[in-house]
Design a protein around this ligand. Structure first.
Ligand SMILES: [Zn+2]
Length: 661
């Protein structure tokens, strides 16, 4: 029996030597060093985090915003809204203004037979008696310029009054009067339908972009609002802000809504047919407003999805500070749309689900997505035209995170798999796709980039730096830009602060390159002398991209019997060469693209790259016996070895029995 343990120990030694040797020094991102010359992580402005703590409990003392007092009167028969807007405009920019532009969006919205429009009746001073002020309306640009009586210096305020009438279009766009009372589907949705002050920034000066057909065209500063609505009795109204009071005078009711804290705009939707459900979640009155014919899908579920999203994102990023949040059914050609304290899901998306042209989870996706926009585009604003991928990317990542938390699958709400779509995009479209561009520069790619590639790249970042740092960075970004406008550099800055390193190695290639990596083996060499395999991988797309990529890829090396000689995550930094010790002669080297390795693919199932073209060099040495012995002889050697051991064992035992001790 003594011989058998020896055989076992021998076998164990062989298996230990098969475990790949991992060299710690190789587990780095070489490009991180290359980018260090571009600068250190930023110095943190701790006052912004202090602001977050004050703002999140409603304390804005010492921080100035514009103040808008808006009154609207809904005329049901005419589908119009009579409006009065008092603007107390605060100049928080470093330049004086002699005039201020306002968006007049409704004329850019879709319509069937009645085009949307804002007619300006007059602009007057706040003095008594009121004086007419000069203004000009540019129909094509959907703009009104108000000429100020005096130059408005930085840090100063000016006040004036605008009287207008809005005609609601009859199309399936963000504002409309649509549906019929006969089948209880009539709604009046009033969004972006009053003169809204444009944003001035260091990139563009005044951002006067008209309503656009691609992406979201909105870019709006935070302001304090008071909102009064005069609506016919019998209407049920969902609006931005707390309902402070409502007064009925027989035929009409006047509602007073107050968001209390600054918001980017106010919206309302009114219908004689809305049904309402409410729940208190984390101190927020969450409500759903839906049409009777949608009850089957909306009842209980929409409120539940919105509430779960609110709870999750409050914990993940930071506080939603308002006291109300509405999810409201409207008519629209899209799935849903976000506004401060109120989001919409369309009747049309529900009809598509019922018709089977959209899968049932799409309703949950829309609700979660639009609610998540409260964090990304509302509380942290952005220029949705020049940086639209930022709020959509973060929002899509968030709704997928909801899928991960509540359904244990980050891809649960993906009606097509982001990973496959992005890997095949170049093959199928023939086009590159730079994320970090304005919607004007790549209008045909807005849907793909904002809703698929951008959230996938964020997920890629989570995989590279780990969940905790990723979420901490997003939370930091949220708090630093709370009630403000943010850009991609602000996002990078937050990750650099949390990770403590320059993040150009990630942000530059993944957000600014048109093409994903396309790896190819340029050489695999096995050295008989020292038992190392040297693998050279080239990124064929490196010449077409401004920045080299760095990502971890699973590398596998096997021998002729399928024995695993190496299995290791290796940083592939553009064109990369690396060496590893292996215990026997390798026969195949493989890059495994599972686990979110991002590369150009030509088909879904071509998700690895392998080669058997291995050059053998060097001379055999005693230190590398196993590498020297050709693999095809191993069975013969093994059988011979076992026979020799058994013969030896028999001989020894026979000699022991013959001995006379
Ligand atoms: Zn969105």
């Amino acid at each position: 029996m003594r011989g058998i343990p020896r055989v076992l120990i021998f076998a164990l030694l062989v298996s230990v030597s098969l475990v790949p040797i991992v060299r710690d020094a190789d587990l780095v991102k070489p490009h991180a060093a290359a980018y260090e010359s571009l600068g250190s992580p930023p110095v943190v402005d701790s006052t912004t985090i202090a602001d977050y703590h004050e703002f999140s409990v409603g304390n804005f003392t010492g921080t100035e915003f514009s103040y808008l007092n808006l009154s609207m009167k809904l005329n049901e028969a005419e589908s119009t809204v009579e409006g009065n807007l008092t603007v107390d405009f605060y100049n928080d920019d470093p330049v004086p203004f002699s005039r201020i532009p306002f968006h007049l969006y409704p004329s850019g919205m879709l319509y069937d037979s009645r085009q949307g429009n804002i007619t300006i009746l007059n602009v007057t001073t706040m003095s008594e008696p009121a004086q007419e002020m000069l203004y000009s309306v540019l129909w094509e640009q959907q703009l009104m310029w108000v000429n100020l009586t005096d130059s408005l210096l930085p840090g100063e305020r000016t006040e004036f009054h605008v009287e207008f009438i809005t005609t609601l279009p009859d199309g399936l766009d963000r504002a409309n009067a649509y549906g019929e009372d006969g089948d209880q589907s009539r709604t009046y949705t009033v969004s972006s339908s009053y003169p809204i002050p444009c944003v001035y920034d260091k990139f563009d000066g005044w951002n006067t972009d008209p309503y656009l057909g691609v992406g979201d065209p909105f870019y709006i500063d935070m302001a304090f609002y008071e909102f009064h609505l005069n609506a016919p009795n019998g209407m049920i109204v969902a609006a931005t802000g707390e309902l402070i009071e409502s007064d009925s005078n027989g035929e009409r009711t006047i509602y007073h809504f107050d968001p209390v804290l600054p918001v980017r705009e106010v919206t309302f939707s009114a219908s004689r047919h809305y049904q309402v459900e409410s729940a208190n979640v984390d101190g927020v009155n969450v409500s759903s407003f839906y049409l009777p014919n949608s009850q089957t899908e909306w009842e209980d579920d929409v409120l539940e999805w919105a509430s779960l999203t609110l709870t999750l994102l409050n914990e993940t990023y930071g506080v939603y500070p308002y006291s109300t949040l509405n999810v409201v059914e409207q008519h629209g050609f899209y799935g849903g749309m976000e506004y401060p304290c109120q989001v919409y899901m369309t009747r049309e998306v529900l009809e598509n689900v019922r018709a089977g042209t959209l899968y049932p989870e799409f309703l949950e996706l829309v609700v979660v997505h639009e609610v998540a926009h409260q964090w990304w585009s509302q509380l942290v604003g952005d220029d949705c035209i020049d940086w639209g991928f930022l709020d959509e990317g973060l929002t899509c990542w968030s709704h997928n995170y909801y899928g991960e938390v509540y359904y244990s699958d980050w891809e649960y709400l993906q009606y097509y798999r982001y990973l496959d779509t992005v890997r095949l995009h170049h093959e199928e479209s023939g086009a590159g796709s730079v994320i970090n561009q304005s919607n004007y520069e790549r209008p045909e790619l807005v849907g793909y980039i904002d809703y698929t590639k951008a959230p996938l790249i964020l997920e890629k970042l989570r995989i590279e730096i780990g969940h905790e740092k990723f979420v901490e960075s997003l939370s930091y970004f949220f708090k630093q830009n709370y009630f403000e406008i943010a850009t991609l550099p602000d996002l990078q800055e937050a990750f650099e602060f949390v990770c403590g390193e320059n993040m150009d190695w990630f942000f530059l290639p993944w957000f600014d390159n048109p093409f994903l990596p396309d790896y190819s083996f340029t050489g695999v060499v096995y050295n008989l002398t020292d038992g190392t395999v040297t693998i050279s991988v080239e990124d064929l797309n490196e010449v077409s991209n401004p920045y080299p990529y760095s990502q971890q890829v699973l590398v596998r090396v096997v021998n002729d019997f399928g024995g695993l000689l190496l299995e290791e995550m290796v940083w592939i930094n553009g064109t990369t060469t690396f060496s590893r010790s292996v215990s026997t002669r390798p026969s195949e080297v493989c890059l495994d693209y599972e686990d979110y390795v991002l590369v150009d693919l030509i088909s879904y199932d071509a998700d690895s790259l392998s080669t058997r073209n291995i050059q053998v060099v060097g001379t055999p040495s005693l230190t590398n016996l196993w590498g020297f012995i050709p693999m095809e002889l191993l069975p013969v050697i093994a059988v011979t070895g076992i026979v020799v051991i058994l013969v030896f064992y028999v001989l020894v035992n026979r000699r022991s029995r013959n001995a006379t001790w």
